[in-house]
Design a protein around this ligand. Sequence first.
Ligand code: FES
Ligand SMILES: [Fe+2]
Length: 446
Amino acid sequence: MNIHKGMSRYSDGADQEVRGDTITPERYTSQEFMEAENEKLWPKVWHLGGVLADLEETGDYIRHNFGRESIIMVKQSDGSVKAFFNVCPHRGNRLVLGDVGGADRISCAYHGWQFDPDGTLVHVQDPDDFPNGNPCGKVKLSEIRCETWGPFIFWNMDKDAAPLLEWLAPLPDKLKEYGLDNWVRAFALSCDCEFNWKLIRDNFNESYHLPTIHPELSTFINDGLSDTEFAMYDSGHNSMWMKGHQATTRQHFEAVPTPLDDVARSWDVDPEAYNGRPNEIREAIIAAKRKLGPGRGYSNYDQMTDQQLVDYFHCTLWPNLTITMSPEQCQILRTEPHPTDPAKCVFQHWCLYPPVEGMEVVQGTPIGDIPLEHDAVVRHSTYGDGISLGFVADQDLSIGTSQQQGLNSRGFHGSILSYQEKRIQRFHELLNDAVYGGPPPCDREG
Ligand code: FES
Ligand SMILES: [Fe+2]
C-alpha cells in the first residue's frame, strides 16, 4: 500500500485523494491484465490520431494502428474529419495499409469494394448478386468519434465518451496562450520497445529520476521540489511546472552554468553579471524575451505569462499521452500497447514548432537541427538499434528494458512511492478503477 497522507507536494486545489492501492507487478507482465486493458480501458478513452496538416484534400487519410486495432481518419468534403475502423465490412480485410495518403475513394484490395470519404459503400462487383439487393448506399464503414483540438486529431471508440475538450480539461485552457493552432510538426519518430507501455507512463508521472537519468538537465531546468508546481486534476490528467532558464537548486552553482550562459547571451543578457546569484538570470531572460521576442518573429510571446515564457509545462494526460511545452517547442510523447505482448510497446515522439518568420531551420531540436516544415523527419525504428528518439527520450527509454526484467522477479512485491510520485499512484488507481472497478483483488482479500 502507498498511503500518501500527512503531506502534499501539490498546489492548492490541485491535489487528489488516493486509496493507497498496491501497484502490483503483474500489470506490467501479464497477458490477462493486458486483455483487461484491451477490453475496458482503450475502447473508452480519446486517442491522439494525427495532425490536421496531413489532411489537405477531401479523401486524404491518416492511419493509426493501435494495439490490435487500426483506425483511419479521413478528410470530408466540408472540411471536417471522420474516423472509421480500418476494416472492410465485406469480409474483414484491412482497408488502408499506408500511414498517410489520399484518394477519391477508399478501396479494398480483396474484392474491390469502394467507399466514399464519408464511409458509404459506392461500388461493388456484381451488385445484383446479394440476397438483400445491391449493398451500395446501404453499407457503411464502421464510424467512431473524431474531434480536433488545435493542430491535433483525436478518435474515440466510445460513442458515449465526453466531448474531447471536456475530456482534455483543464489543459486546453492552460495551454491556450501558446497558440498551438498553427504549429508545425517537424518530426514524428517512433520505435518498438521491449517493455510494457505503463513503464514510460510512470516515468513521465515523476521528476524523481531527473538527477540520475538526465543529469545534463540540471543546468537549465530547476527540478528542486519546492520550486516545482505539481498538479492533479479531476479529469485524471496531471501536470508539473518546472522552472526553466534556472539551474537546479539541488546543487550549488556560483556562476550561470553552460549551456544556460549561451542561452542568456542569445537574448543579450550577460551571464557574468549574475555571478554569485545565477538563479536570478531567469527574470532577466523573461524581460529580454518580452522585449526582443516579437522583433525576432516570436509573435506568440505577447500572449504568454512570464511562467510560459521561460518554464517547462509537463502535462501527463490520462492514460497515455504526454505534452511538454515550452514557448518554442511542443513535445508529444507517448507509449501504446503491443498488439499481443504485454512486455512490448510502441513509443512515439513528435515535436511541433511555432512558425517564425524567416526561420527555415529549427536549431537544437531533440534530434538536432532540422527544417521547419511539416514532417521534415519521420521514422520508425527498434529501440536499441542506435537510432535516436531524441536525446532526453533516449535516456528515459534506456531504463525501460531493465525495469521490465526486474518486474518479472519473484523478489519484487510492488512499488514504494515517495510523496512526489503520487501521480503514479493516482494513475494506477484510475487504471484499477477501469480494469477492476476499484482496488486490485490483492487489496480486497484483507
Ligand atoms: S473483404 Fe473487402 S471487398 Fe471483400
Ligand atoms: Fe525523463
